[in-house]
Design a protein around this ligand. Sequence first.
Ligand SMILES: [Zn+2]
Length: 692
Amino acid sequence: MAAPREQPPWKQPSATPELTSRLPPLKIWNSLTRSKVPFVPLDPEGRKVTWYACGPTVYDDAHLGHARNYVSTDILRRLLRDYFKFDVRFIMNITDVDDKPDTKADVMLAYLDKLHGSSICGEDYSIFTKLTKRFEDRFMADARALNIIDADEVTRVSEFIPEIVSFVEQIVQHNFAYVTGDGSVYFDIAAFETVGNHYARLEPWNRNDTALQADGEGALINKSIEKRSKADFALWKASKPGEPSWPSPWGPGRPGWHIECSAMASARLGKQMDIHSGGIDLAFPHHDNELAQSEAYWHKGCSHDQWVNYFLHMGHLSIQGSKMSKSLKNFTTIREALERGDWTPRSLRIVFLMGSWADGIEITEDLVKAGNAWEEKLNNFFLSVRNSSETMTPSSTDDSLADQLKAAQKAVHESLCDSFNTAGAMIAISGLVTQYNSADKSTLNPQHIKDVAKWVTSIVNILGLNGSAGPDSEEIGWSGIEVPEAAKPYLYPLSTMRDNLRESARSKTGFSIDVIKSVAAKGEEALKQNAHASEEAKPYQRVLSDFCTKLDSFEPSDTISKEVLALCDRLRDVDLFDLGVYLEDRHEQPAVVRTVSRELMAAREEKVARARKKQLEKEAREKEAQEKAQRGRLSHLLMFRTNEYSAWDENGIPTKDAAGEDLNKSKGKKLKKEWERQKREHEAWLARQNGS
Ligand SMILES: [Zn+2]
């Protein structure tokens, strides 16, 4: 029988005209139709949204591939909640009982280790759940580190066994499942379809893919069992001795992998939900089996409701390039990636936001660069607004920025309504910042600047790029651009002193030693006023005090301007940079005191690498020149006077070899050539000796 290629029909949830007029024109890419369809929640009021997400199997630490799935899910959830203002109820499961335990997983290794040499009763699964709890806690910590909002409720398989057992019983009662001789229960696909149901709604073309089916069933499945059809899958698996097991009407066993989500989602959300989500690799067979089981469970006669209205699948993550894959492999754990500083929670999220959640995303060096550039652009924008608003004159009549804000808001709205097209939204935000950057700031209305900054802040907050800050936060910008509070009493005077020195150095009258001393005195005054530095502030206090000492040590000289400017550069590029602080010089304005961004860090690393390369090249050139000079030292008349030969002509060119034999013609020619070259080099050397 050929597999059907078409997805079965999907019912668009209906809405009254009144509700339609209130709902945002949001369309979502739905895996059940493979198209963008209007989003209408089940709630007649159009406010509440129910969502079940397949969570992690807590047998190992989560890696970057998982991060992609959970961060993208978090972005969509935040958009529904904070941008579209739905009241989202988000439930995620934790698979702490895996029906197809991979023996390479840390939990299984530890379990087998404990099992070894002792006889654990299969029902003593507390050993198991203790181990999985540890990885669950680590997963939750990783998720919070990535600024993923906690689920409203977490459902654990180990806490839902009775519900799962009765779920299976109900399917058996509906005659859509059968019990095998060993005490396992299998789903009966043929029986399910005979009465008009659809199996494999999501990926019907995969329904006969035995490799995917085998992967879904797991390696430890008892192969000797007689299934009615090869594609039938386990709802309940009889446990072998030593495997974790729970009592059931069919004997001791454990739930099949797919049934857990059907049972837990049904227990919490009932016979229908708005959204179900997971990674794309779960679509078949996991989600298709989930759908079949749940429809079989809720089945009444011939009619049933759509168990899931919108099925969302997050695309894969892949990482390209040998340089990238070395340090940023997608199976690098989240904690490694964050600890090593390969990624910050923000930089990783930005990269995901730049792609489409439903498509695979390939992290390339170009994408990472684009992400860093976007982040830096926003850093600079927020800093610029924070540092400029006080100096603006509110008399402007130029409304162009206000118009540009309206256009950007419209573009972002249209993008987000287009199946959460965050990439489009990111472009619109970047475009608005460009418009601000290229405007003549003196003609802008400060209120318009503030409106732009507040709106951009609110969007980045909604996207989860600014910790726990909400969409209505009063603060402009995101965290990390401000220097530590404790450092300010030292950094601000330092920056002002440096501004003054640079200004004087560049002025026509130049520097007097008095200027330097008076600037140093300002620093000393600041040190006196802030004599008691906290531990955190001490390094900044030291930099200020060293700077004052160096200024005090200056003596009048012709090169004093140059020396002071060099000291100012060193303060910016080394002393403060190493403390994570950057003084950004501006034209005819005081420098901005800011934190060192990844972009700045990369720029400095590049600069250091360039300087190092230049230095190495210079050394190589010098070495070569020196060698050449040394070569010229030896006289051509003496160069062949070695015991390799036994006779020479008047020029010192050999005529006989060591054994007294005449040299052949070609050898003689070769030696003559070498002799002539050496003559040239030696004469040049002699000329150099006489010349210098
Ligand atoms: Zn699931």
